[in-house]
Design a protein around this ligand. Structure first.
Ligand code: SAM
Length: 364
């Protein structure tokens, strides 16, 4: 299949590609908006779908705007700069619902309106740039070639000042993580104001909880530190020893941080802290904030087995969230899903799922 064809774009899929139909097959094309009519060139054809590149926008969406970044379209970072921000939020919210329905079989879960980022640009408090053959910048879209970047408009002024300094220093080949302020060298949320909103939501969701809080995948204790004064004991688990050392630095006597795999520590800690206190293991509220791969099957099983009364799942990947909730729904009621836009202009989506244990049926 060659040549240029006209396509009606009906949706924008997770990852940022617009979806239309060509010769009865789904067609995927970047930098378009649902509702647009565009002409595209077919670049690849598979059994069930075709890939295409945008040639021209015949009928533009009312949501189309001019991207402010000169690298947009080539840089691998942003995919939505051509879409007005309110519509980006609508697209991402729909993508969360679609992932829950298609992957998780969850059609009846309340998905709340997405929490917007107060800053549409200039929000990123850290970036990693790569240096190779004198080029300093980011990977190009769908390629391992680098694009030379002088300024990144989604990054804060502080981060861009660091980038300018790095460029002036003619650095050697390698990867450089630039942090605008004096920040520790461990995982940290990348958008301060959305991270603050995330903390507020989790704090509010656990407002009635008490006893022992377990913060799994705790990093340097982002959630644990905020919530610690409301709990008798706090246990954090992360395999990053540097993050755990940082969390321990200002730990109060009732806080304990464990450097280890959640797979090994979670079940053990949930069981022993319950036995020590003579409590039911499931009165321990649990926060899980895994990486994009989501929960491993052993962690899903441990959570389902122990059924903490409340479980707050912070996700950076709607697909793995949907997969994990599909399994957890036999032990938990899914009260709400709150999507958050931590990374405007990019395809990334964060979401907080609020789960309450289902009472076990007592069979005589
Ligand atoms: C998305 S980050 C969340 C960190 C922290 N909750 C925060 O908000 O700053 C995921 C964390 O999980 C840790 N991690 C990933 N897989 C793990 C595993 N299997 N066991 C323990 N920690 C893990 C990483 O070191 C990282 O700190």
């Amino acid at each position: 299949m060659t040549g240029v064809v006209e396509v009606q774009i009906t949706d924008v899929a997770f990852g940022g590609k617009g979806v239309g139909r060509v010769n009865g097959k789904a067609a995927f094309v970047s930098y378009v908006i649902d509702g647009e009519t565009v002409s595209v060139r077919i670049t690849g054809e598979k059994r069930r779908f075709v890939e295409a590149e945008l040639v021209a926008v015949a009928r533009p969406s009312a949501h189309r705007v001019t991207p402010p970044c000169p690298y947009f379209g080539r840089c691998g970072g942003c995919v939505y700069q051509h879409i007005e921000y309110g519509h980006q939020l609508a697209i991402k919210t729909r993508q969360v619902k679609q992932a829950l329905a298609r992957i998780g079989g969850l059609i009846d879960v309340p998905v709340l309106p997405m929490i917007a980022s107060p800053l549409e640009y200039g929000y990123r408090n850290r970036i990693t740039v790569h240096v190779r053959d004198g080029v300093i910048g980011f990977f190009q879209r769908e390629s391992d070639a680098l694009i030379d970047v002088e300024r990144c408009p989604i990054s804060s002024d502080d981060v861009n000042a660091e980038l300018a300094q790095l460029r002036a220093a003619h650095p050697g080949e390698g990867h450089y993580t630039l942090r605008g302020r004096k920040a520790p060298r461990v995982f940290a949320q990348a958008n301060d104001r959305v991270a603050a909103a995330m903390l507020d939501v989790v704090d509010w969701m656990l407002a009635g909880a008490s006893g022992t809080l377990i913060d799994a995948y705790c990093g340097a204790g982002f959630f644990a530190k905020r919530l610690r004064n409301r709990f008798a004991r706090v246990i954090g688990i992360d395999w990053d020893a540097h993050a755990i050392a940082l969390a321990e630095r200002d730990a109060q006597p009732h806080e304990r941080y464990i450097a280890g795999r959640v797979e090994d520590a979670l079940l053990r800690e949930l069981e022993c802290c319950a036995i020590e206190r003579g409590e039911r293991a499931n009165s321990t509220p649990l926060i899980v904030d895994p990486p994009a791969e989501g929960l491993s099957s052993s962690v899903r099983q441990a959570i389902a087995q122990l059924r903490p009364d409340r479980c707050i799942y912070i996700s950076c990947n709607p697909a793995t969230l949907a997969r994990d909730l599909r399994e957890l729904r036999s032990s938990f009621r899914i009260d709400s899903i709150t999507p958050l836009d931590m990374f405007p202009q990019t395809a990334e989506i964060e979401a907080i799922a609020e789960l309450t244990t289902l009472q076990r049926h007592i069979v005589n």
